[in-house]
Design a protein around this ligand. Structure first.
Ligand SMILES: Cc1cc2nc3c(=O)[nH]c(=O)nc-3n(C[C@H](O)[C@H](O)[C@H](O)COP(=O)(O)OP(=O)(O)OC[C@H]3O[C@@H](n4cnc5c(N)ncnc54)[C@H](O)[C@@H]3O)c2cc1C
Length: 275
């Protein structure tokens, strides 16, 4: 096997053009699978030395995070304060040792339906930038473990637009333990209220469908209405309906559906305006 550490995107693309070569970032997904379920590839292309894949910059109402930036570095950045749901997701992610190695690009490209950064990125309508194009984070995963990235295509950075000033957002992860656990259900929500009415609602659900999904019908139930217990209850049920969970070793489909409704009901209830 050939291991390379390219210093530019061009060199990396050339190394990845070798049939079967795979990109390596933190290795916290890849190295677990290689040698266990999958054979070692002919080439392993380490992406961590490429400067464009590093750093966190804020400009013109957008924060841009290099795809190979370790999650712990993102969590320590002041820029994260504008994205409380992403902060909550990162704090619940694995444990400190994994967060020091794992990257945002790796979490996206791994395309797990339970990936913790996906729901918060989706409520902010974040976009991935590759060498060739922009891909909405919501469109990147097409099936469990599969993305629309072409061979040799590298996620360079992720752009997250700043939310409106009065936006409120949350992330919640239901898992068997507080650390080092894969989500049974994870979800994120963003709402903006003005003059007693919800003017914007976004809800994203993880671990309950082949890819992380937006619960559009639930969002429509909330938008244009006052945030009441009744509206929240209808929206929570609509979100549970939007899911297509499976039974697996961690939970049954029925439990996952019930938990979506229960968690959303609880989280959204915290934003009912005082009367
Ligand atoms: C003990 C443990 C606990 C974990 N806990 C969690 C958790 O709580 N929540 C969670 O969501 N995940 C968790 N994970 C999974 C894993 O840590 C994350 O998915 C992590 O973000 C992967 O990033 P990485 O940099 O390590 O990716 P790698 O393992 O290096 O790569 C993963 C995949 O992404 C591709 N890739 C990497 N970077 C790029 C790029 N820039 N462009 C294109 N393709 C790229 C690689 O080729 C590979 O296919 C855990 C893993 C372990 C081992």
């Amino acid at each position: 096997m050939n291991y390379s550490r390219p210093k530019t995107l061009g060199e990396a693309a050339r190394a990845l053009a070798v049939s079967g070569a795979i990109g390596l970032a933190g290795g916290t997904d890849l190295l677990v699978h290689l040698g266990r379920d999958e054979a070692w590839p002919p080439g392993l292309v380490d992406l961590k030395e490429i400067p464009e894949l590093h750093g966190i910059r804020s400009q013109d109402g957008i924060i841009r995070i290099g795809a190979a930036t370790p999650l712990s570095q993102i969590l320590e950045s002041p820029a994260i304060e504008d994205f409380p749901a992403l902060g909550q997701a990162l704090r619940s992610f694995a444990g400190r040792a994994i967060r020091n190695r794992a990257t945002l690009g790796g979490n996206l490209a791994n395309a797990s339906p339970a990936a913790d950064t996906l729901p918060p990125l989706m409520i902010h309508e974040a976009v991935c930038l590759t060498q060739h194009r922009r891909i909405a984070v919501a469109d990147l995963a097409v099936a469990p473990g599969e993305t629309m990235l072409r061979p040799g295509e590298i996620i360079v950075s992720v752009e997250i637009p700043l939310p409106p000033k009065d936006a409120q957002s949350f992330f919640v992860k239901l898992a068997p333990r507080e650390a080092m656990a894969i989500a049974v259900v994870n979800l994120a929500g963003l709402i903006v209220q003005s003059d007693g009415e919800v003017v914007l609602a976004r809800i994203a659900l993880g671990s309950v469908a082949p890819t992380v999904i937006r619960a559009k019908e639930a969002e429509e139930i909330l938008e244009g209405h006052t945030l009441t217990k009744d509206a929240i209850s209808q929206a929570s049920l609509a979100a549970a309906e939007a899911a297509s969970p499976i039974d697996d070793i961690r939970a049954t489909a029925d439990y996952r559906r019930r938990m979506i409704a229960r968690l959303l009901n609880w989280e959204l209830g915290r934003y009912i305006p005082n009367t």
